[in-house]
Ligand binder design. Structure first.
Ligand code: SF4
Length: 259
């Protein structure tokens, strides 16, 4: 596989609207590097969410469809089932995937849809100004939990990826973080693994959860956001492979032909 250096060919030469220190731009860049490296530009299609990444089509020079809030998995399902040869990337944030779209997320997983969901988890509603999300940590402040999330009042943080990983229709699920250079490298590997599930015809959904900084709504500097991610957030949402049911990868590993 060729390696891309500098600006990826399919990342448009535009200034991101994302705040300084936000993780979205890193994930966009890695996805576009992979589109080039895996040579899938003519068959990849994205599904963009409501949320801070609503303008993903302004940056990624690939076909992208906009979905209604939380409905990305349903839109991605329709695309993949209509044209099975397409490589479908469903991009969602935590409010989108784990609150408003919980039903779609669970049922796409239970149907084993052959799509990749990229789940950006920053523990808060970003675009709308910092309201509590399902993933907001205990004690973490949000505009709708100004004293910090109290489970007796606001319930416990929801680890939806771990729930989804229990469903047999999920063929691969990994949680990664973009708070360090090492985490960024691992994120790219995880995204590649997710895309390869479709290229290899793995019978199920790939889910890559990316812990991503939101300095603006966390009210921290970009550097402090990275530290908080490592020291606090990743203790609750642990970075690891949540499930690996890939048949071909297992076969390749067994025969020693892993590339
Ligand atoms: S509000 Fe948060 S998630 Fe949204 S662009 Fe700014 S830093 Fe990123």
């Amino acid at each position: 596989m060729k390696k891309i250096y500098g600006r990826p060919k399919y990342l448009k030469p535009r200034k991101f609207h994302y705040c300084a220190g936000c993780g979205h731009s890193l994930v966009h860049k890695m996805l576009m590097e992979l589109v080039d490296e895996l040579d899938i530009a003519d068959r990849v299609i994205g599904v963009a969410p409501a949320g801070c990444a609503v303008l993903a089509y302004d940056y990624m020079d690939i076909d992208i469809v906009e979905s209604a809030h939380g409905r990305g998995p349903a839109v991605a399902t329709g695309i993949k089932r209509s044209v099975p040869n397409l490589v479908v990337i469903n991009y969602q944030g935590d409010g989108d995937l784990a609150a408003i779209g919980t039903a779609e997320s669970i049922h796409a997983a239970s149907r084993g849809e052959q799509i990749m969901t990229v789940f950006i988890n920053n523990g808060i509603y970003g675009m709308t100004g910092g309201q509590m999300a399902p993933t907001t940590l205990e004690g973490m402040r949000a505009t709708t939990a100004p004293k910090g999330r109290d489970p007796r009042r606001e319930g416990y943080p929801l680890d939806l990826s771990s729930l989804l990983a229990q469903i047999p229709g999920v063929v691969y699920a990994e949680r990664v973080s973009v708070s360090t250079p090492r985490g960024i490298r691992q994120t790219k590997k995880a995204l590649e693994a997710g895309l390869r599930c479709q290229l290899d015809g793995e019978p199920g959904l790939a889910l890559i959860e990316v812990l991503s900084m939101c300095p603006t709504n966390w009210k921290m500097s970009p550097l402090d956001s990275c530290k908080w991610m490592d020291e606090v957030m990743s203790k609750k949402f642990q970075v690891k492979v949540l499930v690996d049911r890939r048949t071909k990868a297992i076969k390749k590993a067994a025969s020693g032909n892993v590339d």
